[in-house]
Design a protein around this ligand. Structure first.
Ligand code: THU
Length: 155
């Protein structure tokens, strides 16, 4: 069955994000698909993380023959950024699909949502999911990880 059946061309949950910025981030995330190393699942994911200062950190998924060391695109972007001293993030854009074909939204896995929870304000951090250049949804982290456990719980 076509999972896109009945879906409107552009579905948006806009949390007052600039459309030009969203499109720029979608383009950067799509650009990462060519670097995805996914010989086992063939599911390619690209991501771009934006700091509050406006700097971008890209990421792709990196699989492994032992399977468990596989790193998701989102975490690749986060770990690149954090390893360079970044701690303040405003948004992430994620694209993905089998063989790198974007025909549905690639929602972040639970582990990646938890990594976002470590560094981002769940009320304001935006997660942009795109299934094409014109088709996207914008969520807050809180919407995708309600009741999330984070650093605040330990302070
Ligand atoms: N993957 C991501 O990169 N991000 C996610 O949030 C979900 C899953 C990757 C991991 C693996 O390489 C492939 O997609 C299939 O699970």
């Amino acid at each position: 069955m076509d999972s896109r059946a009945g879906r409107a061309k552009v579905i948006r949950r806009c949390h007052r994000m600039d459309e030009k910025l969203i499109k720029e981030m979608i383009e950067l995330a799509i650009g990462q698909l060519k670097f995805a190393y996914a010989p086992y699942s063939d599911y390619k994911v690209g991501a771009v993380l934006r700091t509050k200062e406006g700097k971008f950190y890209t990421g792709c998924n990196i699989e492994n023959a032992a399977f468990t060391p596989t790193n998701c695109a989102e975490r690749t972007a986060f770990f690149k950024a954090v390893s360079e001293g970044e701690r303040n993030f405003s948004a992430i854009c994620i694209v993905g699909g089998k063989d790198g074909i974007l025909d549905d939204y690639a929602y972040p896995c639970g582990v990646c949502r938890q990594v976002m929870m470590e560094f981002c304000d769940p009320d304001t951090f935006r997660i942009i999911l795109a299934s094409g250049r014109e088709e996207y949804e914008v969520y807050t982290l809180k919407e995708l990880l309600p009741g999330g456990f984070g650093p605040a719980n330990l302070s």
